[in-house]
Design a protein around this ligand. Structure first.
Ligand code: MRU
Length: 325
């Protein structure tokens, strides 16, 4: 049986983070003994993927609780701010802070571990339900990376794809490279290779032709934040896939935990979109001063999403997640 390397390992007073920037060339762990190390690991994408960011931020808050109240006061803000589009740190950090105020550092650590375990269980539920939705789709297309490395468990969209394939309901997955940081190539294609899951890598710009040729039965993506009306923030390049899928009448599915639904936002226009460094786009081309626009995420309107598969069920249009009172 194949085992993928753990992305986050808690070691009593430190968090070990698999440095996903170095995959697949090296399996290197960063030791985060201070909460500021965790902020850095999140901001620099050593750990990435919304659920994994949330789990890491929870452990970061636990490290701050060990350090003391002043550290926790700063950490609760900076851990959430490190990647502003992902909603999860805004859920996990307050949970750990509340545990710390009731039971001190030990309770904070226990809460962070609980958050990690809960995500693993939710992922399995999403994957099992998602496998039923995908059964018979033959080949599917995915974007970015939504597998085990991005979560506390089997993954979201890639978890569903994996479980559908294991059940004999799916032939394989096309993986978009996912510019500019190549999560689709470096992580999804690699993870599929480790699992023996049949896959084909394609340049992002080839996806429209793939859909036009009818080579996939569904498009499957994860989410960083979902609003009450079903709008979905996900890795930049997701929106064009949704538009093309609608044009060619191919189902476009989002797989995410209910913790990714932001009940405080009624529409995707309210989602903060992370803008990243110009160097991520220009330096690979040897350009040092070219002006760049580099949003890390886009927002797909819920009207283009065929279904959102969560651990609670298969939600279909029109979406009406309950707003926060
Ligand atoms: O910038 P990243 O790599 O953190 O972006 C990740 C994504 O967009 C994923 O699709 C999303 O977080 C879901 S991960 C289960």
């Amino acid at each position: 049986m194949v085992t993928l390397p753990a992305n986050l390992v808690w070691r009593a007073t430190a968090l070990e983070v698999l440095d996903q920037r170095r995959l697949p060339a090296a399996e290197h762990y960063l030791r985060c003994a201070r909460w500021t190390d965790v902020v850095e690991a999140i901001a620099q994408l050593a750990v990435r993927g919304a659920p994994a960011i949330g789990i890491a931020a929870g452990y970061g808050a636990a490290l701050a609780a060990i350090e003391g109240p002043a550290a926790l006061d700063r950490a609760r803000v900076e851990l959430v701010r490190a990647r502003p589009t992902a909603v999860e740190p805004g859920v996990t950090v307050p949970r750990v802070v509340a545990a710390a105020s009731l039971g001190g550092p030990e309770a904070a650590v226990a809460e962070a571990v609980r958050i990690h375990q809960e995500d693993a269980a939710r992922c399995e539920d999403i994957a099992q339900l998602g496998a039923q939705v995908l059964a018979g789709a033959d080949w599917v297309l995915t974007h970015c990376h939504t597998g085990a490395l991005a979560t506390g468990g089997v993954g979201t969209a890639l978890g569903a794809i994996r479980r559908a394939w294991e059940a004999g309901g799916l032939a394989g997955v096309y993986c978009c490279e996912t510019r500019p940081l190549w999560q689709g190539a470096r992580l999804t294609a690699w993870e599929c290779g480790q699992l023996g899951l049949p896959h084909r890598l394609l340049a992002d710009g080839a996806a429209g032709s793939l859909l036009a040729e009818g080579r996939v039965g569904a498009v499957c993506v994860g989410a960083d934040r979902i609003t009450v009306n079903g709008d979905v923030a996900n890795k930049i390049g997701t929106l064009p896939l949704a538009i093309a899928a609608a044009h060619y009448e191919i189902p476009f599915y989002v797989f995410a935990s209910m913790t990714t639904v932001d009940a405080g936002l009624v529409s995707g226009r309210q989602i903060p979109i992370e803008q990243r460094s110009a160097d991520e786009v220009r330096l690979p081309h040897g350009l040092e001063t070219t002006p760049v626009w580099n949003p890390a995420f886009d927002v797909t309107p819920g009207t283009l999403v065929s279904a959102i598969v969560t651990e609670t069920g298969v939600h279909r249009r029109p979406y009406g997640f309950l707003p926060r009172p």
